[in-house]
Write a protein that binds this ligand. Structure first.
Ligand code: MRU
Length: 345
């Protein structure tokens, strides 16, 4: 993700790995569309894209509405694109706070404040990802074979990733031998995106069907699991890509540590427990077709929840930029949030 020449440049994740196609977006509604159709995806990355969407809205003087109306309308549009990842609302709120604080100094100052906020959120994400990687790598040891689900790498944060940063730092530190990559049905974020990233980093991996996780664990082939998160409730329940809960339950059954890597911006203190996290339901076509090819009978019904919730008792630790948090998770999360000096530190 880059902001250049008045446009947001995004590597189109729907085209990967076949094609490295960059999108050049100049309007907030184009950013909203890119988030909705997963051209940009992953909790922190959609937050950053949305923050840049507000910068574009402020610069788009084509309509008759005032700057303030334009920016707030764009924030509403962007916030409604995906309901589960709290980073989206979090980043928009940070950007709107900067905007409102600067508005009394004039429209130019307010537009500048939006751009400065988006850039500082992006820079903070880079720093946080690096720290998450450093903390998380300490949890692994030489020879470890680690299973991951979905994509929580650089593509998902605009930085180094969360679970992806942990895997990269562990590999560099000689604490990782192999990654099992869940293909991650229905949209194959594992097979398409995580495999693409690990291949570029030279980290040994094999893609496995999602349904293979239990069999791998039963055969003693998995030493740890690490995944990202879209929202972490105040009690430590974790919403992440559909299928994560099943992996966590299997890991518990086999006494395998299950780690979640996420920045503190993914923690939502306003949501008491996982049951209150809104779960996005996407089109049935994503289940009944694969890359446009129909797999199910015409007219077949399908239910497509994009995320599930892993209860906190199945989570061994949450790796944040502030360190590795363990049970009791409610107080560990509250302490970490309380100690964070600045929302974009
Ligand atoms: O629907 P997606 O592909 O946006 O879902 C993404 C995930 O579930 C990731 O694991 C999560 O956002 C963490 S990204 C660092």
């Amino acid at each position: 993700m880059r902001f250049e020449g008045g446009a947001l440049l995004l590597l189109d994740q729907t085209a990967l790995p076949a094609e490295e196609r960059w999108l050049r977006l100049t309007r907030a509604d184009e950013v909203a569309d890119a988030i909705r159709r997963l051209a940009v995806r992953g909790a922190p990355a959609i937050g950053l894209a949305a923050a840049y969407g507000l910068v574009l809205a402020a610069r788009d003087g084509s309509g008759s509405s005032s700057l303030r109306e334009r920016v707030h309308a764009a924030a509403d549009l962007l916030a409604a694109t995906r309901p589960t990842a709290v980073n989206l609302r979090w980043a928009l709120d940070r950007a709107l706070e900067s905007f409102e604080a600067a508005l009394p100094s004039g429209e130019e100052a307010a537009g500048r404040a939006l751009a400065e906020c988006a850039h500082s959120l992006a820079a903070a994400q880079l720093r946080q990802d690096r720290r998450i990687g450093e903390h998380g790598a300490q949890l692994f040891a030489a020879g470890h074979r680690v299973l991951t689900h979905c994509n929580a790498g650089a593509l998902a944060t605009g930085g180094a990733g969360t679970a992806g940063a942990v895997l990269a730092a562990a590999w560099e530190g000689g604490r990782l031998a192999h990654v099992w990559v869940d293909e991650t049905r229905p949209l194959l974020q594992g097979a398409r995106l995580t495999a693409w990233e690990l291949g570029r980093a030279g980290i040994p991996y094999e893609i496995v069907p999602d349904s293979a996780a239990g069999a791998l664990m039963a055969r003693g082939l998995v030493d740890a699991v690490v995944v990202g998160a879209d929202r972490i409730a105040a009690n430590g329940d974790v919403a992440n890509k559909i299928g994560t809960y099943g992996v966590a339950a299997l890991a518990a059954r086999h006494d395998i540590p299950f780690y979640v890597a996420a920045p503190l911006s993914t923690v939502d203190p306003a949501t008491a427990a996982g049951a209150a996290i809104p779960i996005e339901e996407r089109s049935a076509d994503e289940v009944t077709t694969v890359r446009g090819m129909r797999m199910a009978p015409a007219g077949a019904a399908a239910f497509n929840p994009a995320f599930d919730v892993t209860p906190n008792e199945l989570v061994t630790a949450i790796v944040t930029e502030a360190g590795v948090l363990r049970a009791p998770m409610r107080s560990a999360l509250a302490d970490a949030l309380g100690a964070a000096t600045s929302p974009v530190a």
